[in-house]
Design a protein around this ligand. Structure first.
Ligand code: 3S6
Ligand code: CA
Ligand code: CA
Length: 306
């Protein structure tokens, strides 16, 4: 047959039915999260899937369907496009408006519903999708992947990969959006260390705790304890930082081991303002003093929920 149905809008035929089935193929598996898709359809393949938020937004993101049983949804990436630009364009996870005490919360993207970027481009620029605020999660997974690596190689190219397994998110609002409502990222919003947020133990899928801790500057070793992910810490000058990947911080020069945060970093202004804060304090990528390695400085942080 060549036509199965005609109406005033036209006919369905072999050609456009083929197109339609190609389109529908993409929606074979749809769910509110990668965990939802895994549980509904039993899929075991890493890659891009369509998700639908509670409010009906359809979006595409990467699912890790294998690590520790799979079901991990990529919800965001934190990419540093130019560590020498201090709260300039691209610093969406701190401020793109300059280092300014009159904008203490910076761009506010940790606690709003603005989305940006795309999944395939997540190692080339910042990414944030509706899952960031929509998915009620239990645990978090973090990958540090060298900038510009292609999606099919993320998993094998990651310098470190780890996840939490304590189901901590429900205690703190169900996801990062909820956590940072409870622990605001605001300059002068609290004091180091008494107002710092939670440190959650992590288990490594690639690399280990010591390797990750030692990616930060040698001077930071005395201020950190490996094997945790830490949220919302203040530094000596009351700047707020969002996430300290791989470490608990026991002192207050946290700008060298944490990323993201509010809009004002007083010490040697504007040198610590930007998505990767003061990771270049003793030179870019030098791994001297307070400076991180070039490897971690030039890697994007991928954030997953499950
Ligand atoms: C181990 C060297 C300590 O140097 C200090 O670190 C210096 O006095 C400060 O200016 C500097 C920064 O606060 C590091 O964050
Ligand atoms: Ca950025
Ligand atoms: Ca300092």
């Amino acid at each position: 047959w060549t036509r199965i149905c005609c109406c005033s809008a036209g006919c369905l035929n072999n050609n456009n039915l083929g197109d339609l089935s190609d389109l529908l193929e993409k929606f074979n598996y749809v769910g509110q999260s990668c965990k939802d898709i895994k549980e509904r359809y039993g899929v075991k393949t890493d890659g891009l899937y369509y998700l639908q938020s509670k409010t009906g937004i359809i979006y595409e993101t990467y699912c890790d369907m294998t690590t520790d049983g799979g079901g991990w949804t990529l919800v965001a990436s934190v990419h540093e496009n130019n560590l020498r630009g201090k709260c300039t364009v691209g610093d969406r996870w701190t401020s793109q408006q300059g280092n300014m005490d009159v904008v203490p919360e910076g761009d506010g993207n940790w606690v709003n519903k603005v989305t940006f970027g795309n999944a395939e481009g997540a190692t080339g620029d910042d990414f944030k999708n509706p899952g960031y605020y929509d998915i009620q999660a239990q645990d978090m997974s973090v990958w540090h992947v060298p900038n510009q690596v292609l999606m099919e190689n993320w998993k094998t190219s990651a310098i470190v990969r780890y996840h939490t397994n304590s189901k901590f998110f429900p205690l703190y609002g169900g996801n990062l959006y909820g956590l940072f409502q409870r622990f605001p990222l605001k300059y002068k919003g609290g004091l180091c260390k008494i107002d710092n947020g939670p440190s959650i133990p992590i288990v490594f899928d690639v690399g280990d705790a010591k390797y990750l801790r030692e990616m930060y500057g040698p001077n930071t070793y005395a201020e950190t304890e490996p094997g945790y992910v830490t949220f919302r810490v203040f530094n000596n000058e009351q700047a707020a930082l969002a996430i300290c990947s791989g470490v608990k911080v026991n002192a207050c020069n946290s700008e060298h081991v944490c990323f993201g945060g509010g809009g004002f970093f007083p010490e040697a202004s504007p040198r610590q303002c930007g998505d990767f804060a003061g990771w270049d304090w003793d030179g870019y990528g030098t791994h001297i003093g307070w400076s991180a390695t070039k490897t971690i400085t030039e890697s994007t942080v991928l954030l997953f929920y499950r």
